[in-house]
Design a protein. Sequence first.
Lengths: 131, 131, 131, 131, 131, 131
Amino acid sequence: MTTERYDRGWEKLMEVDGTGGAKVIESLKDISPDLGKFVIEFAFGDIYIREGLDLKQRQLITISSLTTLGGCEPQLTVHINAALNVGLSPKEIVEAILHCTPYAGFPRVLNATFVAKEVFQERGLTIATQQ
Amino acid sequence: MTTERYDRGWEKLMEVDGTGGAKVIESLKDISPDLGKFVIEFAFGDIYIREGLDLKQRQLITISSLTTLGGCEPQLTVHINAALNVGLSPKEIVEAILHCTPYAGFPRVLNATFVAKEVFQERGLTIATQQ
Amino acid sequence: MTTERYDRGWEKLMEVDGTGGAKVIESLKDISPDLGKFVIEFAFGDIYIREGLDLKQRQLITISSLTTLGGCEPQLTVHINAALNVGLSPKEIVEAILHCTPYAGFPRVLNATFVAKEVFQERGLTIATQQ
Amino acid sequence: MTTERYDRGWEKLMEVDGTGGAKVIESLKDISPDLGKFVIEFAFGDIYIREGLDLKQRQLITISSLTTLGGCEPQLTVHINAALNVGLSPKEIVEAILHCTPYAGFPRVLNATFVAKEVFQERGLTIATQQ
Amino acid sequence: MTTERYDRGWEKLMEVDGTGGAKVIESLKDISPDLGKFVIEFAFGDIYIREGLDLKQRQLITISSLTTLGGCEPQLTVHINAALNVGLSPKEIVEAILHCTPYAGFPRVLNATFVAKEVFQERGLTIATQQ
Amino acid sequence: MTTERYDRGWEKLMEVDGTGGAKVIESLKDISPDLGKFVIEFAFGDIYIREGLDLKQRQLITISSLTTLGGCEPQLTVHINAALNVGLSPKEIVEAILHCTPYAGFPRVLNATFVAKEVFQERGLTIATQQ
């Protein structure tokens, strides 16, 4: 049985993360299913669902937070895909990561940029090299 | 003597951070003036000056990065002021900080929110309590 | 109007954090009331409420996480009080912080220890110096 | 020649980490043998040996600290095995990691949970999916 | 009763940190005296005592680590004093902090620089403003 | 067209990082070429180029910062190679990493030490095991 909050969270997860998010939830089923439930209910059903910022803005903030944290390559993969899903361009994503340099330093930014590179390659996307 | 890069950085710093940024540079003069120069030349003259994201988007990213880093209360004070300067509303700023919760956790988000509260109070701003 | 989840979260918050937690929620009312709501609903109504670990174990884990994060002195104040509230002794709390040294390093452990010192002093508690 | 402190540390390392810990020490022999010595003497001979908290409590604290730090997957592998060695159940370990979510955020907790999943699989352990 | 390791650690602590270090140990006496003992025995009696790097090199490394960690202002105060004690010039200390910018970002470097400013002011030291 | 700052940065990058650094810049060409440009211009053209600390001292600081940050294994690979390039011995590098233990904790130090082990093996270097 699911709650209304779970259902709206799942719908939002599908809209934002798509299959990447669903795979994470699936992979949690036999180890920590409630962690998956909380990702859906809290991160998506409580937070992403909110008004006040649109999904493009939310993805810029998420990518900045994950870039800054470091060691979040799997989550960056999901959320760079999500950023594309909600309409950010590859160029905007790369620019958002680059913008973190003065705050989080080059290593964090390099690591996140290489995740973006992989995601774009998997989706057959290119980025104009002249920025 | 300043360079073109310094001059455009200073202009951008003034536009974004205003007097808050200028005070930081001033306070570095007798201890690490080149650090101030690099804030101007690199953070503003190289990064903030770029196209691809507008200043509102850049401030959302900066606030997310500083919230996530933690221990950056003085920089958050400057950049929450900057966010207001470039046209973000108090509500959008608070929402951007709140959006970091699933990634950076409650303590980082609480600390950043209380910085926002102080900044808004100093500027006589209120935020609608019904969100 | 509150939900069942909010109500059980509030009850758990009162049991664990007591007035320290309530003050945090109160201080959020005019800046980010929903952040306070999520502390109650998610941190307490979803997580603290769970079975599988008792409240003493949960406080040891919380204190370790906050010590390791760093820059969470206000949250450590609340949760060291909470640790006492749920029955951990001052000595166990100090020992839990000390145990983080090999993983989080001395600076994080020193900062957390001095928060404990303040909390114990405010509550008139002493810790046997012979260890 | 070893000291009393080294010997008691080694004995405690064997009790807690078992072969996983011994492999780490072994792998340090030709690069930084004294680092291995300090793991034994300080982390185990000085800290783990102490009274005031039992080994189950210490492993909960260690897992929380490593989860929160991030980027410590190899150390989490050793210490989740250690947690099992000292008598924590798979369910308690998963719950301890989950409890870090409000403080350290979902990405850190997801990464640690997937380490637990691998460790349990290697040891042929299952966790009841209904929590 | 103290051990040989404690004694050599104390001597090294006195040589490096001087009264600043002694005050930290003193302030731990009634809350976590063994934490103070481990600072002396491990950080100084085991690590600082070692050959292979001289004390100036060790202080550069310590300052870089504390700057990068963030939230370690009290420890930076002690170790910037220590850096002066072992013969690093104010200019070298400021330069070492500045060198961390590409890795740790501006906020961490700004915070550490302002600690250095306070330490130098307390000791009546100036730094040539032309770098 | 390149600037004087780019050219002096590139020259310094070649001197310090050598082919390892050049590969990073190359790998950024089709995803975030300006990030590569800023590594060259800012990290090397602005920072590494400076007087006040020699290249050996700068590499000790860089290694300490990367070790402490965590999750920077690719950057540590480049900069441990760089440390060897500018004349630090394997033993000094291992000692510098070890010195971070009291501040950054064992896990960060272990991870960095194993990067050093790989770099030394690739270059056919050994480290005297008697320390």
